[in-house]
Design a protein around this ligand. Structure first.
Ligand SMILES: Cc1cc2nc3c(=O)[nH]c(=O)nc-3n(C[C@H](O)[C@H](O)[C@H](O)COP(=O)(O)O)c2cc1C
Ligand SMILES: O=C(O)C(=O)c1ccccc1
Length: 377
């Protein structure tokens, strides 16, 4: 499918296939900046503190170089893989991003449609600006991301609603029980998820009907500010969710082993795109250490800093089974709704497939740490 995309471009000319957006996905951010309200752009593109971790995420990719191999009889770059029990056409998911209506009026619905058209799973955020039921109606494969509310009744309600609406896997985000120090949003006094667009999964929940008219600012902090959780609390989630569970925000090998001990099915090595702990280790630097610590006892997914198909190759070579994409698809959404998201996904997958084959890998399974060279710093 993705190889066809490449040939389609060569046959028809770029303009017939990609009428409006550039094939270099790293250019989308600047274009989205021109289109979005400044506070929305700052929030989406922004990071914690000085932005040091976000920069480190990219530097860690640049430091690793793909080592192409020749004459290996490469016929096709098979992208398909199996993640948390699901067959995926490619090792790529749309990561959970809240309040997508700030980027485009169709928000999560446009993203769900684009993901569905390529058969890729969308991970829907707890902070989505369309309800999980509305999204489920237009979505293909879908996972649910949980911000873990302190109120157990609300947690159970979210999980039951997600299961009933056909979300098959649960991604529990651990690194954001409160938002970090984000100077851009503070200077703009912009707390978008708390204003205007609403948080439909939260406000629409029956547990909160009586309070839906109240200011959600205090609610968000009160409901999701839940820093006292420990590894023991995971048993509660396990009890109330039948499908696979992955913990998002793992950066350290002992934490990864604890996830195994807690009976989790996967982890997402992530530093939230540098939006939480400024000065934190680059997510790609943490990946091989964490992946080595858990071996094949648990599935290791990755995010933070993926911008190109070559980046996906690097993350897979360092031990990730699949990657989650964050900001790039949000820029696509801002620029051209569903079409813009599809553009981002198709370009990324076409480049992934080409990069794999040109570097002598007959599919994603052929990647290993030997596919990379790490430049000395
Ligand atoms: C605007 C924005 C909102 C986000 N909202 C959520 C969220 O609701 N839940 C979550 O688990 N992660 C959230 N994330 C983090 C992403 O899932 C992901 O970890 C991160 O964006 C990956 O880094 P990247 O943007 O460099 O690809 C958000 C990220 C952005 C940019
Ligand atoms: O901004 C974020 O990174 C994020 O995860 C979030 C948290 C709460 C609501 C919306 C998004």
């Amino acid at each position: 499918m993705y190889a066809d995309f490449q040939f389609e471009i060569y046959l028809n000319g770029l303009n017939d296939v990609l009428p409006s957006l550039p094939a270099d996905l790293t250019r989308l951010e600047a274009l989205a900046r021109e289109k979005l309200p400044p506070e929305a752009y700052d929030y989406i593109a922004g990071s914690a503190g000085t932005g040091d971790t976000a920069v480190a995420n990219r530097e860690a990719f640049r430091r690793r170089r793909i080592v192409p191999r020749m004459l290996r009889g490469v016929t096709g770059g098979d992208l398909s893989t199996r993640v948390l029990g699901a067959e995926l056409p490619a090792p790529l998911l749309l990561g959970p991003v809240g309040v997508l209506r700030i980027a485009h009026p169709e928000g999560e619905l446009a993203v769900a449609r684009a993901a569905r058209s390529l058969g890729l799973p969308m991970v829907l955020s707890t902070a989505a600006s369309h309800s999980m039921e509305e999204v489920a109606e237009v979505a293909g494969p879908r996972w649910y991301q949980l911000y873990w509310p302190g109120d157990r009744d609300l947690a159970v309600s979210f999980l039951e609603r997600a299961a009933a609406a056909g979300y098959t896997a649960l991604v529990v985000t651990l690194d954001t029980f409160t938002l970090a120090w984000r100077p851009g949003d503070l200077d703009n006094a912009y707390l978008p998820f708390l204003r205007g667009v609403g948080i439909q999964n939260y406000l629409a929940d029956p547990v909160f009907t009586a309070e839906a008219g109240e200011d959600p600012i205090a609610h968000w902090a009160g409901v999701f500010g839940n820093p006292g959780l420990t590894w023991d609390d995971l048993a509660f989630l396990r009890e109330h969710w039948d499908g696979p569970i992955a913990l998002k925000g793992i950066q350290q090998s002992d934490d990864a082993r604890r996830a195994v001990d807690a009976g989790m099915d996967g982890i997402v090595v992530s530093n939230h795109g540098g939006r939480q702990v400024d000065g934190a280790v680059a997510s790609l630097d943490a990946l091989p250490i964490v992946a080595h610590a858990v071996g094949d006892q648990i599935e290791v997914l990755f995010d933070s800093g993926v911008r190109t198909g070559a980046d996906v190759v690097k993350a897979l070579a360092l031990g990730a089974k699949a990657v989650l994409l964050g900001r790039p698809y949000v820029y696509g959404l801002a620029l051209d709704g569903e079409e813009g998201v599809r553009h981002v996904l198709r370009c990324l997958l076409a480049e992934l497939e080409l990069t794999l084959r040109l570097s002598g890998h007959d599919g994603v399974a052929a990647l290993s740490s030997e596919s990379l060279f790490e430049q000395p710093t």
